[in-house]
Design a protein around this ligand. Structure first.
Ligand code: S3P
Length: 173
């Protein structure tokens, strides 16, 4: 049976990839991590794409790859933290997917991304700027179908919350 995709959105370090991978296994769906697909397509790590070609180039590739993978069915897709701000990506998700915002307090996010040398924005921005980015982005993240409050929950509890919502939506019928 053809099912809408499940798309995970939210800030860097929200656990989109880890939760997405586990969720896909439980659903017996394919899992795609858009950041990984961008790296495969460009033959470079995200951090090097930002350094060599700039954020503008990254965002163009992010749009292209996201739109391709969002065409698939029966899969779980985790997006990069900035992708849902792109209107084309957001529109496509709203049309053919169930989107879940994995939401954490900014304090938790900051704690997780401090000293992370794989995330270009975490390297470039200080905590104040990252907190501003979080506030700005939350306005877009709010446009997703469901918000999961992840604070104080472990991975299995977060997955359980997503399952509960899908059950209520008759997703499994
Ligand atoms: C970004 C988040 C990263 C990656 C890139 C830009 C962002 O993905 O796409 O570094 O703009 O927040 P994660 O959210 O998986 O860290």
């Amino acid at each position: 049976m053809i099912k809408k995709n499940i798309v995970l959105i939210g800030m860097m370090a929200a656990g989109k990839s880890t939760i997405g991978f586990k969720l896909a296994k439980r659903l017996n769906f394919n899992f795609f991590d858009i950041d990984n697909e961008i790296e495969k397509s460009e033959g470079q790590k995200i951090i090097n794409i930002f350094v060599d070609k700039g954020e503008g180039h990254f965002r163009k590739v992010e749009e292209k790859i996201s739109l391709i993978f969002l065409e698939k069915k029966n899969c779980v897709i985790s997006l990069g933290g900035g992708a849902f701000l792109n209107e084309k990506i957001r529109k496509k998700i709203n049309k053919n997917s169930h989107s879940f915002w994995l939401n954490w307090k900014i304090k938790t996010i900051l704690g997780r991304i401090s000293n992370n040398n794989k995330r270009p924005l975490a390297l470039k921005l200080n905590n104040k700027d990252l907190a501003n980015l979080y506030r700005k982005r939350s306005k877009f993240y709010k446009l997703s179908d469901y918000k999961i409050n992840c604070e104080k929950k472990n991975k299995n509890e977060i997955i359980k919350d997503i399952f509960k919502i899908l059950q209520n939506e008759n997703y499994f019928n």
